[in-house]
Design a protein around this ligand. Sequence first.
Ligand SMILES: *Cc1c(COP(=O)(O)O)cnc(C)c1O
Length: 377
Amino acid sequence: MYKIMTPGPTQVAEPVLKARSIPCTNPDLDEAFFDYYRETCRLISRLLGTENETIIMDGEGILGLEAACASLTEPGDRVLVLDNGVFGRGFGDFVTMYGGEAVLYTADYRNPLDPEALERFLEGDHRFKYATLVHCDTPSGMLNPIDRLCPMLKKYGILTVVDSVSAMFGEPVCVDEYQIDILCGGSQKAVSAPPGLTFVTVSQAAKDAMEARSTPIASFYANIKAFEGYYEKKWFPYTMPISDIYGLRAAFDQIRADHGMLQRHQRIGAACRNALTAAGLSLHLESGFSNTVTVFDVPEGTTAAAILDRMKKEHNIMLAGSFDVLEGQVIRIGHMGNNANAADMTETMKALEEVLAGLGVKLQVSLGEAFEAAAGE
Ligand SMILES: *Cc1c(COP(=O)(O)O)cnc(C)c1O
């Protein structure tokens, strides 16, 4: 088995694996499971700083994004798609798939979205039903300031849909304070459960918008409204993946007990960036570095494939390349959730140092030592 130092899925801890092997009841018929499900949802809402309802849906992170768009979009709706990364632009596909008109607001892919520039745009045009934003755009590691962008969009009467799948719990998220209408998360990033579940928090305004539709939601599976009143009716739209939910709950119980989680991500993220730059490698972004994933350019004279391959073969560690416009150009180190610890990261940086040296890349300092010094507990 490889040590998976990728930006999701991340390493899964023993209590989560164990919880997934608890004997199963029938989740459709056992009333106690409805309580367990709702308690788990309430715990997620609390950890994300919101009074809004959370629902857990049976599908990985992408389902949450699609469900948000499917549930809000009616044919002809104008939707503002904030695009400074691959996931940011990708939201547009879900909007058009459900008949909406996706208006791309495309900005620099190497720097975070600038609230002032967005406000100038909105002054001229703000006739949008909702806007889509990505908190951490994982293929580049771009962290966007959702704490400033969302309140501004709301000021213009625009609902906000935020993909924080790869940021939440590694970066601060406070749904009510930031005024996020639908926030999408996934099980396999900083939450550190296996892939398979998405969860969304849904504001009253978003529910009202779904209620006010004049056409039905054009999906069964990607339909947030299908969960309406599930607890009172004791009726889920489909059989809940009970073992996955047991595992997710165990992961959230760990997060609840872990008070140093954000600081640890900060320390590990900063140490990783410092070590790479001290060694003479170049970070892919100019600014907007997420503390959940670090992305650096493939150095001259070698390839992403060669680095990834040697990391696996010689050190049993899996890093990630990237895709779409970044295919072959960068290497990504995922230090979110359970991956955000000094021991695994030191091992990873030492291994990367050896691999790069073996490929003829000259480093100015030892990556392992520089990381260890900067991450010092
Ligand atoms: C991982 C991720 C998702 C979920 O997609 P996967 O298919 O599980 O990779 C959605 N959004 C972002 C920003 C992600 O990093």
